[in-house]
Write a protein that binds this ligand. Structure first.
Ligand code: AVI
Length: 324
């Protein structure tokens, strides 16, 4: 590598850091102040999220795994043979393995993740465990446009976009609709989207899932401040904030907040912000859906619900969506 390319890489790195800083500042200038959920996820935040997924109160992961375990053969039959499975925000999911095991002669698996380390680790493990499967990782932020590897686009294989985990719920309605629309485009006219969503249910069950007794979700929420302090040189005092995650029935969502427990100030970049006791930072939405909501959302993105698989309590559903 010569000094010219080093300088270019440094300039690109600076440009990305500036964009990140500007997005954080824009969120903090809003009312209420907003921090994007991507700030939960540094290595500590990712480890906390893994622990949340097995917390007794957080029913989502084990319920979706249960559905996948029970219904993967039916899902595989509905998807058809020799598919290319594309998974935006892939992580290291057990659900994907259950699906891959059930699929008939899948052509390729394309995990898409922003974390290069996570992506490489997943790719290595899957190549070991599924030696005949082509694993073609894409390192990208799936909320932005990204290109598929040409091998995944070639041939007649049906493309299936797999989006489990109720991650769609973390997007506001219009952003969720845009994301589904992009997934439809990625799948193509003969393809499909296999989507996992969390269902509307008893408020106490929902609020418990985001206020676990061990304090994992609280630590996960506060981790956004530690992450911002380290990455952007902010000076939040995390001890001055408390985790709150109330259910909002009008918007059908859990809203994660960090509430100031005293009057305080903090700086990000050159900007100074003040909060009074009781003010909050909004860190995440987690929308919950009725089947009617999902059908409407899918419809807004040019997709129709073809199949639905749910657990016996109807707490979570996996839906097969196809272009209308
Ligand atoms: C990633 N996402 C689907 C999780 C959720 O349930 O909305 C993130 C999470 N936030 C708090 N606990 C888990």
């Amino acid at each position: 590598m010569n000094s010219g390319s080093c300088a270019r890489e440094r300039d690109q790195g600076d440009a990305i850091a500036n964009v990140r800083m500007e997005r954080v500042l824009a969120g903090l200038r809003e009312s209420p102040k907003r921090i994007e959920p991507i700030w939960f996820y540094d290595p500590r935040g990712s480890a906390l999220f893994e622990r949340i997924c097995t917390a007794p109160e957080y029913y989502l992961t084990r319920t979706e795994i249960g559905i996948t375990r029970a219904d993967a053969p039916e899902m595989a039959a509905a998807l058809g043979p020799r598919v290319v499975l594309i998974e935006p925000g892939s992580g290291a999911s057990l659900k994907t393995r259950l699906l891959l095991e059930a699929l008939r002669a899948p052509r390729a698996y394309v995990p898409v993740d922003i974390s290069r380390e996570q992506l490489l680790a997943t790719t290595r493990r899957l190549r070991d465990d599924f030696p005949s499967l082509q694993v073609q990782p894409v390192c990208a932020d799936f909320t932005e446009a990204f290109a598929l590897p040409t091998a995944a686009l070639h041939g007649e294989a049906r493309r299936i976009v797999y989006f489990p985990g109720s991650t769609l719920g973390n997007f506001a309605r219009s952003a969720a609709s845009d994301l589904l629309r992009r997934m439809r485009a990625l799948a193509g006219t003969r393809g499909a989207v296999l989507l996992g969503v969390d269902r509307v249910k008893n408020t106490a069950v929902l609020e418990r899932a985001y206020n676990d007794a061990a304090g994992l979700t609280a630590a996960f929420n506060l981790n956004a401040l530690h992450h911002l302090n380290r990455e952007l040189g902010a000076d939040f005092d995390p001890t001055a904030f408390a985790h709150r995650a109330p259910w909002g029935p009008e918007q059908s969502r859990i809203e994660m907040h960090l509430v100031a427990n005293r009057e305080l100030g903090f700086s990000v970049g050159d900007e100074r912000f003040e909060m009074t006791r009781g003010d909050h930072l909004l860190t995440e939405y987690s929308h919950k859906y009725t089947l009617r909501d999902v059908a409407d959302l899918a419809h807004s993105a040019g997709l129709a619900v073809r199949r639905t698989w749910s657990d016996p309590q109807d707490w979570f559903s996996v839906l097969l969506l196809e272009p209308t």
